[in-house]
Design a protein around this ligand. Structure first.
Ligand code: THU
Length: 160
């Protein structure tokens, strides 16, 4: 028997102002997408903006449904839209912002487990890491260099 450890690395920025202007701009696009989220049930709004290697930007926001499980997270709306529109292009960066009309969201909001799995599919497909930046409404921003840093022991096609 042996005990092993998995570690992860991330960068924390004090605020949006510390990011490169290109990423700041992408985050602002995610914030604009967030403002159009359809989240009447949770009141928790998420926006995502994806930068592709052809310089196109694809956005998404969460879409809720009275039949709760039929809704979809912002990250998956965005990534499936990118996959549908630009199947040949690699995803370079995903910027994510979340807020709530019930309370102030000041901590970075990481993608949920299902979104991590969905993003990992595209990272594996393109064989290039995807940089992910995520934040709340205000406050610090976290950057991870690869989805793998968020999803150790991921399930992929090599198991099939
Ligand atoms: N949500 C996202 O859009 N992304 C996540 O990674 C976590 C949660 C949405 C789903 C739902 O509409 C609301 O946030 C509350 O869970």
């Amino acid at each position: 028997m042996k005990k092993l450890q998995v570690t992860t690395t991330y960068t924390q920025y004090e605020s949006l102002d510390e990011l490169d202007s290109e990423v700041q701009e992408l985050m602002h696009i995610a914030i604009e997408a967030r403002k159009k989220a359809y989240a009447p049930y949770s009141k928790f709004n998420v926006g995502a903006a994806i930068l592709l290697d052809n310089n196109q930007i694809v956005t998404g926001n969460n879409q809720e449904n009275a039949a709760f499980p039929s809704g979809m997270c912002a990250e998956r709306v965005a990534i499936y839209s990118a996959g549908a529109k630009y199947p040949e292009n690699n995803i370079q960066i995903i910027a994510i912002s979340a807020n709530s009309s019930k309370h102030k969201v000041t901590q970075p909001i990481a993608p949920c487990g299902a979104c991590r799995q969905s993003i990992s599919e595209y990272e594996n497909k393109q064989k290039e890491p995807i940089n992910i930046y995520f934040m709340g409404e205000t406050g610090s921003v976290i950057k991870i260099n690869s989805l793998k840093d968020l999803l150790p022991f991921g399930f992929d096609s090599s198991y099939l």
